[in-house]
Design a protein around this ligand. Structure first.
Ligand SMILES: NC(=O)c1ccc[n+]([C@@H]2O[C@H](COP(=O)([O-])OP(=O)(O)OC[C@H]3O[C@@H](n4cnc5c(N)ncnc54)[C@H](O)[C@@H]3O)[C@@H](O)[C@H]2O)c1
Length: 262
């Protein structure tokens, strides 16, 4: 990634933080945006202090067009973007019936509209550079949902379809578009969810048990896939979902129950 400029959204913690750190360690200059400005500033300072690459931190709400435009204007000023990982996302534990119209709109405005706004800001800039790589964040809920994840399933399915449509539209411009499909990954999002239950250790173990490898994944394992898809190592890959799911979607481990029901 030496000499490349990358953009990563939702880099304040979890998967995004690991992705930004890995891309920076591999030589990219990484422009990171997150709602939590303090968290991304800390990430940039840490990378700087450790001599682990260059990270430029900005506050960005990916649902807001002006914020996203400012993030990509910075990447352009630095000579990019060559790669984008659009992965800021939220969690909403509610059945469709429980989901209010306001929650529905807010969730999709981050997960789906945020993905759209990032692609829209990246496309003309990547075209001007002669190509690039866009990596979106889907999830196994796209086709293996559980009870209580309706809006997340809708968002992740839409992101997978959008990824294919963009790959078709942008192939002639040498812009590749792929998405990552994680299983359960041990991020603060998942830790927060597990800790809300009376026996967090049991819920964690049950979540791990959904995967063929009988454990949850790590943000670093997601970052390794993001690096592959951002780099020229994946130069003939576009339009596809790339699973990092420990075999969750491979077979009959999957019960359709939530881990806390096991
Ligand atoms: N952790 C998992 O098991 C898992 C599984 C499948 C998919 N994913 C996806 O991976 C992505 C990252 O998830 P995570 O587990 O690291 O989550 P996380 O909650 O640990 O981190 C998400 C980050 O995104 C930021 N963010 C939230 N809303 C934002 C907004 N509007 N604009 C900018 N930044 C915003 C948060 O501040 C936070 O830093 C999400 O798209 C999520 O759906 C995660």
């Amino acid at each position: 990634m030496k000499g490349k400029i990358a953009v990563v959204t939702g880099a304040g913690r979890g998967n995004g933080r690991a992705i930004a750190s890995r891309l920076a360690a591999e030589g990219a200059t990484v422009v990171v945006g997150d709602l939590d400005e303090g968290a991304v500033k800390e990430l940039a300072a840490e990378a700087d202090a450790a001599g682990a690459g260059k990270i430029v931190a900005m506050r960005c709400d990916v649902s807001q067009e002006d914020d996203v435009e400012a993030l990509f204007a910075e990447a352009e000023r630095l000579g990019g973007p060559h790669a984008v990982v659009a992965q800021a996302g939220a969690i909403l534990e509610a059945t469709l019936e429980e989901t209010t119209p306001e929650q529905w709109d807010r969730f999709l405005s981050v997960d789906l509209r945020g993905t759209y706004l990032c692609a829209r800001a990246a496309i003309p800039r990547m075209r001007a550079l002669g190509g690039g790589s866009i990596v979106n964040m889907s999830g196994t809920y796209a086709y293996l949902p559980e009870r209580g994840v309706a809006v997340q399933a809708a968002a992740k399915g839409a992101i997978m379809s959008l990824t294919r449509a963009l790959a078709v539209e942008l192939g002639p411009d040498r812009i590749r578009v792929n998405c990552i499909v994680p299983g359960y990954i041990e991020t603060p999002m998942v830790a927060h969810w597990a800790d809300k239950h009376p026996d967090p250790a049991a819920v964690r173990a049950a979540a791990g048990g959904l995967h063929s490898l009988r454990r949850m994944g790590t943000p670093e394992e997601i970052a390794a896939m993001a690096l592959f898809l951002c780099s020229d190592e994946s130069s003939f890959s576009t339009g596809h979902p790339y699973h990092v799911d420990g075999g969750l979607a491979a077979g009959m481990n999957y019960t359709g129950n939530r881990p806390e029901d096991a």
